[in-house]
Design a protein around this ligand. Structure first.
Ligand code: PLP
Length: 462
């Protein structure tokens, strides 16, 4: 399988190269040159299999040139062995035809573990084979950083440095980043906000001497390997509700459009998905765009579902690539217009997007009310991101098609909002109930590129 850029000007790469590179040289995002398909019989055969076996069947055509069959099976097994639920991604019923897909049983209690745990193992195997090592640097407002640390801790081909804004992440999020004891994990509390952290990471990638010197690598959500890992649970959920002999729909709490784009790939592979519904909070650029108002940046407003506080959804570029008939030149032009604030989507592309996607927006009050309603009527305590999804799903539910809402984080990760809405304090799962007792290890650092780069150079393994 070859991988091509959404902007049409970068060299074609193998899966392994695209994974280790992340962003294409022309600024675009990598996609498989052709999306493989699965037959009705192949999809039928997935029903009842363990999650790991479904993962192998779905992902194998994408990676087969880069990994051996047994090697890839072992990678999948290691990626999901630390999950706290044998089903990995269990389904729960909310009402007659609305289901919740629980994606928060991984080590950091959010869906990002599904992709990050796999990518950690993929990096380790690929780098060992090359006799190489890399330095992973990322900025986080909370969930991505802890997921990356949990995925790469203890892997000897990788050092991982995560920059987070000092004093501006929740205590659970901070402790998840500062308590792993492995020597290749480095949590940096920057005296600045999340935008400062993100800018520092961007500057490091543009400092080519530094970048080459420490062999910088990125694992943010534009990495195609992360999208691929997320395709799997669309299959596991749909077949357990009767696909391919029955259609299903999904509603996805959305920020960077990575998770829902994985659903679009699943649909293109042959999974009978009726609707893919984008659920946003008050940061609603995607809802406005899908409502026909164009794709124009606004100011980011902090919310109680902070992992969705995003005004430019990087993976939306991939959906635009398909909506514009795989025309890389057209995508490159749109992305140029985005630098100046935004663009209107052509009529043909809007029609293509509407063939698959619907959307809805949820206010802060509606989010709190949905947490309470879901507890009272379905006996489930949900996180604010999941509540955004549930509300939009109820508005889009059709009587004859099961709706599956993705539950993207555990309620204990966002205890303040959950308690405010429901009066209940969400407890941590017992396997991490000692999180508040574990010793923390963190370096407080000035918001200064030179200081951060020096620290990284001084702390990577030789
Ligand atoms: C990252 C995240 C999201 C948004 O996912 P995208 O792939 O960026 O659309 C939603 N909920 C939670 C809890 C997250 O951590």
């Amino acid at each position: 399988m070859k991988y091509i850029s959404t902007r049409g000007q970068a060299p074609e790469l193998t899966f392994e190269e695209a994974m280790l590179t992340g962003l294409a040289r022309d600024g675009g995002l990598y996609l498989p040159a052709e999306i493989p398909t699965m037959s009705q019989d192949e999809i039928t055969a997935l029903a009842g299999l363990p999650y790991e076996e479904i993962a192998f069947c779905v992902m194998w055509p994408y990676v087969s040139g880069s990994f051996a069959e047994d090697e890839f099976k072992a990678i999948i097994a290691r990626a999901y062995e630390g999950f706290g639920h044998d089903a990995r991604a269990p389904l729960k019923q909310l009402n007659e035809n609305h289901f919740l897909l629980e994606l928060f049983h991984g080590p950091t209690l959010a869906f990002k573990d599904f992709a990050m745990q796999l990518i950690g193992q993929l990096f380790q195997v690929a780098l060992k084979r090359r006799g190489d090592r890399v330095t992973i640097v990322g900025a986080t407002s909370g969930d991505t950083g802890s997921a990356a640390i949990e995925a790469f801790r203890g892997l000897d081909a990788v050092d991982v440095f995560i920059l987070f804004p000092h004093g501006r992440v929740s205590e659970v999020q901070r402790r998840q980043m500062t308590t792993p004891a492995d020597s290749n994990v480095h949590a940096l509390a920057v005296d600045g906000d999340f935008d400062d952290c993100q800018a520092a990471v961007k500057d490091m990638f543009n400092d080519f001497d530094f970048r080459d010197g420490v062999k910088l690598a990125g694992v943010n959500s534009i990495n195609f390997a992360r999208v691929l890992a997320q395709v799997v649970y669309y299959f596991s959920a749909a077949v357990s509700l009767g696909a391919p002999h029955r259609n299903v729909s999904f509603t996805v709490p959305t920020g960077n459009f990575g998770d829902i784009f994985a659903g679009y790939i699943a649909k293109r592979m042959g999974l009978p998905i009726d609707r893919l519904v984008v659920a946003t909070n008050q940061n609603d650029i995607l809802h406005r765009c899908l409502s026909g108002e164009g794709y124009f940046k606004g100011d980011t407003i902090p919310s109680i579902s902070p992992s969705m506080d995003i005004q430019v959804s990087s993976n939306f570029e991939r959906a635009l690539y398909y909506a514009y008939g795989e025309d890389g030149g057209a995508v490159a032009q749109l992305m140029d217009e985005l630098k100046n604030g935004g663009f209107n989507v052509s009529q043909g592309a809007m029609e293509a997007l509407r063939e698959s996607f619907d959307s809805g927006r949820v206010s802060e009050d509606e989010t709190l009310a949905t947490i309470k309603h879901t507890l009272d009527h379905s006996a489930e305590l949900v996180c604010p991101h999941t509540a955004v999804g549930i509300k939009v799903a109820e508005d889009h539910r059709a009587a004859d098609v099961p709706m599956i809402t993705l539950a993207t984080a555990h309620p204990a990760k966002f205890p303040a909002a959950v308690e405010k809405a429901s009066g209940m304090h969400p407890p941590l799962p017992s396997r991490m109930s000692d999180l508040y007792e574990r010793p923390e290890r963190v370096t407080r650092i000035a918001n200064d590129l030179g200081a951060i780069e020096d620290h990284i150079k001084g702390h990577i393994a030789e």
